[in-house]
Design a protein around this ligand. Structure first.
Ligand code: FAD
Ligand code: NAD
Length: 469
């Protein structure tokens, strides 16, 4: 078998692994990256990017349908809008291909050796990579091993993915529909269920959501998710909260049980199961390393070190929050440490954005979290209904909320819900990382007219000095 030696072997070419490899290459570290599927991992190929592409296409079609119905207050009218979903999927695939190709180019530029194939770990310094094109396996010996193997969707035993003639969808299937089903049942009202469920509704599909918890997006606080709940109802998405699913058959559809144990069926041609993701830790020899685990995840310390010397782990395989930007930040941090720099992964906050309509953003502490941490906090909320730019964008639903320490006005957290609030995240995260106080944001000149003025006004309001409300 062919053998190569390197300083760093990265297993997994998702956002965590490819960023680690690029940074390592830039720092002059001989690096090999093994990727069994496509460069860019879940995020670029079957996650963040294709889902946002589909959400955008659905939004455009929803606008066109509103224009077609002649109900737009803007006075725009078009005749009989149509969507060619096969073309939409081709457009989305084009973006994915461009980005995945771009990652390959960046890795080449950084001098990283990419081995396309599945890695099988032999020990903490050796793995065998078997190319999927039937080529000769390669044994790679390394000084540092970085695990960046990501995660995969959790399936329900009563409804395995692909069963019933392909009726049971994972998120990957939902991102590449060949035709649009008439009726879609979504199991799980979390990130994927609501982002894609809302997109399918905008594409004209009858969507019903079944969620085990009593509310949608249960990981966010209720005030923040209320506008999403209202939008779901307005758009005609049917919700069954506090319910579990027991199986599917093509005649009756999804069998659902409510809290009183009553059973009913929801007819549907397709079922999207979006009940969470689990770390990819099995089937490639990881067990043999006998690493300390944190539940199902690989346990890491604040340096992203595992319990074995010179074996590192980043991204979804290391736990929540399973987000691409966390994986990337960890990847950069590990590469710099291997290059001898003194780094730790201890961010002030990891932003979370849910790309529903309206979007939801959380950075840092929420009011209940500040209270639970024993901090005396002030909270202020500024509604987009009082923001001029929001009116011009027909986006007056939602608000920006700030949480600050009462004693010295140190900002502890930002939350927002509304159209386009994802783009406010950069300002939120910077203010937390830089230790900003309410006065810093309140006295920064924000351009007019922008949604960002709601950020300034929330800070002003927390100081008792709001101008536009
Ligand atoms: P992954 O991206 O999962 O990459 C791991 C890679 O390792 C894969 O390419 C896999 O093929 C490879 N691999 C695994 N085992 C081996 C092996 N033995 N040998 C070789 N290769 C191997 N996050 C956000 O921040 N924002 C979003 O908007 C967002 N939207 C999402 C939408 C959907 C539908 C989904 C499913 C996820 C979304 N996520 C989003 C989550 C995001 O995709 C993940 O957090 C991110 O991809 C994790 O990066 P990673 O590098 O840890 O792992
Ligand atoms: P999730 O954890 O966000 O939501 C899963 C939902 O399913 C929860 O509300 C849960 O209560 C519910 N549920 C669990 N078991 C159920 C059952 N048997 N019946 C009915 N409901 C059930 O998980 P997801 O939506 O699958 O997304 C997985 C992960 O991917 C997310 O946690 C996130 O880390 C990542 N992601 C992020 C984004 C983003 O950042 N915008 C988008 C998509 C995915």
């Amino acid at each position: 078998m062919k053998e190569i030696s390197t300083k760093l072997l990265v297993i997994g070419g998702g956002p965590g692994g490819y960023v680690a490899a690029i940074r390592a290459g830039q720092l002059g570290i001989p690096t090999v990256l093994a990727e069994g599927a496509s460069l860019g991992g879940t995020c670029l190929n079957i996650g963040c990017i294709p889902s946002k592409a589909l959400i955008h296409a659905a939004q455009e079609f929803a606008h066109a349908r509103q224009f077609g119905a002649g109900t737009s207050p803007l006075g725009i009218k078009v005749a009989n809008p149509q969507i060619d979903i096969a073309q939409t999927v081709r457009w989305k695939d084009g973006i994915v291909a461009r980005l995945s190709g771009g990652v390959g180019a960046l890795l080449r530029k950084a001098g990283v050796q990419v081995q396309r194939g599945w890695a099988q770990i032999e020990d903490g310094k050796t793995a065998v990579i078997t190319p999927h094109d039937g080529g000769e396996p390669v044994r790679v010996r390394c000084e540092h091993l970085l695990l960046a193997t990501g995660s995969e969707p959790v399936s329900l035993p009563s409804m395995p993915f692909g069963s019933n003639g392909g009726a049971i969808w994972s998120s990957t299937d939902a991102l590449s529909p060949d035709v649009l089903p008439k009726r879609l049942v979504v199991v799980g009202a979390g990130y994927i269920g609501l982002e894609l469920g809302m997109a399918y509704r905008k594409l004209g599909v009858e969507v019903t959501v079944v969620e085990a918890a009593q509310r949608v997006l249960p990981s966010y606080d209720e005030e923040l998710t209320q506008p999403v709940l209202e939008a779901l109802k307005r758009s005609g998405v049917v919700l069954h909260l506090g319910c579990s699913v027991a199986g599917y058959d093509a005649q009756q559809g999804v069998h659902v049980r409510n809290a009183r144990a009553d059973e009913f069926a929801l007819p549907a041609e397709r079922v999207l199961v979006a009940v969470g993701r689990r770390p990819r830790t099995q089937g490639f020899g990881l067990e043999g390393l006998q690493l300390d685990m944190a539940g199902r995840f690989v346990a890491v310390d604040a340096h992203c070190r595992t319990s074995m010397r010179n074996v590192w782990a980043i991204g979804d395989v290391t736990g929540e929050p399973m987000l691409a930007h966390r994986a990337m930040a960890q990847g950069e941090c590990v590469a710099e440490q291997i290059a001898g720099k003194n780094r730790r992964f201890e961010p002030m906050a990891i932003p979370a954005v849910c790309f529903t309509d309206p979007e939801v953003v959380v950075v840092g502490q929420t009011p209940p979290q500040a209270e639970a941490a024993g901090v005396e906090a002030i909270t202020a909320t500024f509604p987009f209904a009082a923001n001029g730019r929001a009116m011009t964008l027909e986006a007056t639903g939602g608000f920006v909320r700030v949480v600050a320490r009462k004693s010295d006005h140190l900002i502890l957290g930002w939350q927002a819900v509304g159209q386009g609030v994802a783009e406010l995240v950069a300002a939120f995260a910077q203010s937390l990382e830089m230790g900003a106080r309410l006065e810093d944001v309140a006295h920064t000149i924000h351009a007019h007219p922008t949604l960002g003025e709601a950020v300034q006004e929330a800070a002003l309001k927390a100081l008792g000095q709001a101008l536009h409300i």
